[in-house]
Every structure is written in structure tokens, then in C-alpha cells.
Design a protein around this ligand. Structure first.
Ligand code: CFM
Length: 546
């Protein structure tokens, strides 16, 4: 969409949507649907309880803790304390990839296993701690893992099994295995976002800082909030390697316990998905003195920008020169592919309703394709993900957020070492490097775009009717409903079967996939055969052949 072209005013659409709800629900939903005015500080209501019956796309707290944050770590046994269903539905459902590591294919990789205490009725009635101890022992005897994480599901919280006491006891008994628990019962928060926080707390408490071995490299960083979906992390690692930047630990794509343990030895934390991991960045800064910067490796330009930020932070000419060399080598190919794809994508409309950061980050790639994001929203983002970190002090702590533990962190008496002076950080901030800061989705979106938090199915249908977007980005739960209305859907959680989409090569993959999806005319031919008005009316017809 060209610069001068204004987005349509969606006020009547919003009114029409709200008119269908009972008044109390309408009042609540109105606050989560914001017609963007970039000149105004508008509040986007978010991280509040979903209205029952509206068909949310959110996941549960257990999903955010066990699946999202700990799921991609290959050498920890993630043992689910709960009924088997909680494991069955969480088994290998996220496309977080891992490589075999230096030990080769025989190295520890438990990602493809499914560990559960398989609680039965009698465990619910008489307690499940005994069964949990047995399961930890059995897992240890068979696999001898470095660590076992115990994840509580809803019934565990309801009956009061103490997973932390059991973990402590078993850790002591086993001696060489780090056993720790998570009170991440599904109902604990309003979404998976609570699970991220719980995972951050326990990783910080039980793992980060356990190994003080000094890194050998010169430019040592951690990448926080990158989960190696479809190989994104591999592509980012390739670029870091080319630039001579050493990654101590990624939280948590392709990660290991050993990397978490050493992560406090890095000199800079780069935060990609702040929603899931900003807690870790803050705790590491307070305890160890490691500053953090927001980055986005989604999009060719964003990738180049993120690399330059690292160069500026380390203030090293040789590193900066190397980074420029890598950008000069890689970016022109990306730009050439974008220019070619733009012939078919320019001026098209996209909508994105994903998670807690991708609905924002992927707008970059659409911009590079000359496309406009007319509407977007998170499933479980918080106000700062929409409005920027500046609103943090004004976010009300409600009963649900109070439910999640806030660790009290202090500077480590021996190991606190401020990696950069206050003055240096301020100077970097003034240059716009987003030190300890992020701006949120809202300021990057056009005026009149419609921001919708925790979108409902009814709202999705009405939005599609109104905008008739060329592409809709969401997940598997929405995919077929959207496609049945004649709009192609790109899954931005799993990437369908594609990816990587991060970094330079990822951007090229994305352009090509979107170009292909927008070039097919199949979606316009969805009318049922019996509704066709003539033989040439576009519809897919099928005949039974005996
Ligand atoms: Fe962060 Fe994620 Fe996301 Fe997320 Fe997720 Fe995911 Fe996501 Mo699905 S950690 S908030 S809880 S970027 S699993 S890798 S794609 S909803 S937008």
C-alpha cells in the first residue's frame, strides 16, 4: 500500500462487532480493540481473563512453562506430573529444532521422549507424591540425565502435591542430577504468559550461574527469546559465527543445561521475544550486571540493524568492520529477492494474530514486501508489548498477576560485574539502541489499523469480511476456518512445514513462501458446486467416478 493511501476507518466495524455482545462483555471487549492513532497514548487492555465461550486461541500456563521455555532444551528430562492427556497433547507439537551437539548423535537428546507420571484417580484421591518420586527415580535409572524438571498440571495444584519438596529430596538422593519443580498448573495464570514467568524464575533460581567457567571468545552474548522454530536459531547462529560473535546460551532454542549454567558469563543479553523472557534479562542484569538490548532478527533490515547494535555495544572496530562485511555480503541477495517478490506482493494486505511477539516482529517482513498490516494483535501479550515499556509502572497488578511469584533479586556479592558503565548505556540509549527498552507494536503500526487483543472467532470472521485481507497469519486453530472463507493462512507459530524465517536466509524463505501463497487463485474458488450460477462461475467441482 502506498504511503499516501490511508487505511479505512474501522469504527463501524468495531461497533458492529460489539453490538452482538451482551453489554458487559461489549464494554470489556471494547477496551481490547483499539483503532490505532499513533499520535495518542492509547491503552490496549491485555493480559486479562478471557471471556468464557468466545473461543480464544490462548494456551495454558503449563504450556508456556513446559512447552515454550523448557521444551527446546535437549538434555533435561521434562517430567510432567499429571494425567497422561497433558503430555499427549504437548508431545512434539512445537517445531523447536535441536542439533545433536558436540557429542554427536549419541549425545543426550530427550526432546522426542514424553515423560509423565500418568496420574490416575487413586493418585488424585490419595496424593501423587509417591508416584512422582518413583518416576524421577525411574527416569534417572534409565537415562542418567544431568537434570530433571518436574512440571505441575492442574490437578497437582488442586490436591496440593508438593513438587518442590519431592524435587529437593530426589536431588539430594540422586547426588549428580539437578532436580527442580515448577508450579505451573494450567490454571495458574490467564494464559501461557504466566508459564513463561514461572519457567524464568526456576531456571534462574536453580540453573543460571552454576558454572563460572570463563568463556574463551571476545564478544560473548546470550540470545534471549529465540526458540529455534523451523531452524530460526540455526540461521541466526550462522550469522553470529560469520561475524565472530560467540553465543554462550540461547534461551532456549537448541539449548543445553550446560549453556544455561554458564549464561551469566556473557557480556550482553540480546532480547528477541521479550514477552517470554524479559524476566530473565532483568534478573541477570540485577544479579550479574549484564545489560540487555532489544533486537529483532525477523526481516533483512532488522537483522542488519540488530548486528550493528552489537557492534556499537562492544565498540570494537574490527568487529564492526566484520559485521559490515557480513551485511554487505548477505543483504543485497535478500533485497534482490524482496524486489522480485514485490511484483506480486506490493500493496497487498496482511493481518497477524499470533502469540506475544510475532504479530509485531513479522510486520517487518511484510513491510519489506511492500505490504500493509491492517490489523494485528497478540493472544497473550501484555500492555508493554503493545504500548512499550514506558507503560510498565502504570500496569495494574490484579489478582491473576499477583498469583505469579516475583523473585527478589539482589546483586551477587562476588560475581556482580557491571559490563558497561551507566554513561555508556545512556549514550547507546540516546543513539536509539533500545537498551533496557522496547517500543511495542502500536508505534510501528499505521493510523487506523485495528489492534485486537485475544481476538475471538466472531471478531475474526467480521474482520475478514471487512478487510478481505490477502493473507492471514495465525495458528492451526484458526487455519481452516480462515481458509474456508477464501483467505490463505500462514501459520506463524509452526511456519506450517517451512522456515527458517529469521535472519537473512530466513527472510528470503519468507518472501518466497508469501509470494507463492499470494499468487495462487485457488482460494477464490471456494463456492460450493451447487451455488455456482453458471458453468464458468469459479468453484471447485468434484464428480463421483465409479
Ligand atoms: Fe515468544 Fe515464541 Fe511468541 Fe511465545 Fe508461543 Fe512460539 Fe508464539 Mo506459538 S515464545 S511469545 S508462547 S515468540 S509458541 S516461539 S509462536 S505463541 S508469538
Amino acid at each position: 500500500m502506498s504511503e499516501e493511501m490511508k487505511l479505512p476507518d474501522p469504527s463501524t466495524l468495531k461497533d458492529e462487532i460489539l453490538a452482538k455482545y451482551p453489554p458487559k462483555i461489549a464494554r470489556k471487549r471494547a477496551k481490547s480493540m483499539v483503532i490505532n492513532d499513533t499520535k495518542l497514548d492509547q491503552e490496549v487492555q491485555s493480559n486479562v481473563r478471557t471471556i468464557p465461550g468466545i473461543i480464544t486461541q490462548r494456551g495454558c500456563t503449563y504450556a508456556g512453562c513446559k512447552g515454550v521455555v523448557l521444551g527446546p532444551t535437549r538434555d533435561i528430562i521434562n517430567l510432567v506430573h499429571g494425567p497422561i492427556g497433558c503430555s499427549f497433547y504437548a508431545w512434539l507439537t512445537r517445531r523447536n529444532q535441536t542439533d545433536p551437539g558436540p557429542e554427536g548423535p549419541d549425545g543426550e537428546n530427550f526432546i522426542n521422549y514424553c515423560f509423565s507420571t500418568d496420574m490416575q484417580d487413586e493418585n488424585i484421591v490419595f496424593g501423587g507424591e509417591k508416584k512422582l518420586k518413583q518416576a524421577i527415580q525411574e527416569a534417572y535409572d534409565i537415562f542418567k540425565p544431568k537434570a530433571i524438571g518436574v512440571f505441575s498440571t492442574c490437578p497437582v495444584g488442586l490436591i496440593g502435591d508438593d513438587v518442590h519438596a519431592v524435587s529437593r529430596e530426589m536431588k539430594e538422593k540422586l547426588g549428580d542430577c539437578n532436580v527442580f519443580g515448577f508450579s505451573c498448573e494450567g490454571y495458574k495464570g490467564v494464559s501461557q504468559s504466566a508459564g513463561h514467568h514461572i519457567a524464568n524464575n526456576q531456571l534462574f533460581r536453580h540453573v543460571v550461574g552454576n558454572d563460572d567457567t570463563k568463556p574463551e571468545g571476545k564478544f560473548n552474548i546470550n540470545l534471549l527469546g529465540e526458540y529455534n522454530i523451523g531452524g530460526d536459531g540455526f540461521e541466526i547462529d550462522r550469522i553470529f559465527k560469520a561475524c565472530g560473535i560467540d553465543v554462550i546460551c540461547t534461551f532456549s532454542g537448541n539449548s543445553t543445561m550446560g549453556a544455561f549454567e554458564k549464561s551469566h558469563t556473557a557480556d550482553l543479553n540480546l532480547v528477541m521475544c521479550h514477552r517470554s523472557i524479559n524476566y530473565m534479562a532483568e534478573m541477570m542484569e540485577t544479579k550479574f550486571g549484564i545489560p540487555w538490548m532489544k533486537v529483532n532478527f525477523i526481516g533483512g533490515d532488522s537483522t542488519a540493524k540488530a548486528l550493528r547494535k552489537i557492534g556499537e555495544y562492544f565498540e570494537d572496530e574490527a568487529l564492526q568492520a566484520k559485521i559490515e562485511e557480513v551485511i554487505a555480503e548477505e543483504l543485497p541477495k535478500v533485497e534482490a529477492r524482496a524486489a522480485e517478490a514485490r511484483k506480486r506482493t506490493e500493496g497487498k494486505m496482511a493481518m497477524l494474530f499470533v502469540g506475544g511477539s510475532r504479530a509485531h516482529h513479522y510486520q517487518e517482513l511484510f513491510k519489506e514486501l511492500g505490504m500493509e498490516t491492517v490489523s494485528a494483535g497478540y493472544e497473550f501479550g501484555h500492555r508493554d508489548d503493545y504500548e512499550g515499556r514506558k507503560v510498565l509502572p502504570t500496569i495494574k497488578v490484579d489478582a491473576d498477576s499477583r498469583n505469579i511469584e516475583e523473585l527478589k533479586i539482589e546483586a551477587d556479592p562476588e560475581r556482580f560485574n557491571p559490563r558497561a558503565s551507566e554513561i555508556k548505556l545512556e549514550t547507546l540509549q540516546e543513539k536509539g539502541l533500545e537498551v533496557s527498552d522496547y517500543k511495542g507494536m502500536k508505534s510501528d503500526m499505521s493510523d487506523n489499523s485495528l489492534i485486537v487483543d485475544d481476538i475471538t472467532h466472531w471478531e475474526t470472521e467480521k474482520l475478514i469480511e471487512f478487510y478481505k485481507p490477502d493473507i492471514f497469519c495465525a495458528g492451526i486453530k484458526e487455519k481452516y476456518v480462515v481458509q474456508k472463507s477464501g483467505i490463505p493462512l500462514k501459520q506463524l507459530h509452526s511456519y506450517d512445514y517451512g522456515g527458517p524465517y529469521a535472519g537473512f536466509e530466513g527472510a528470503v524463505n519468507f518472501y518466497t513462501d508469501i509470494e507463492t501463497m499470494l499468487s495462487t487463485t485457488i482460494w477464490k474458488k471456494l463456492k460450493a458446486p451447487w451455488l455456482a450460477t453458471s458453468a464458468t462461475d469459479p468453484c471447485i467441482c468434484a464428480e463421483y467416478v465409479a
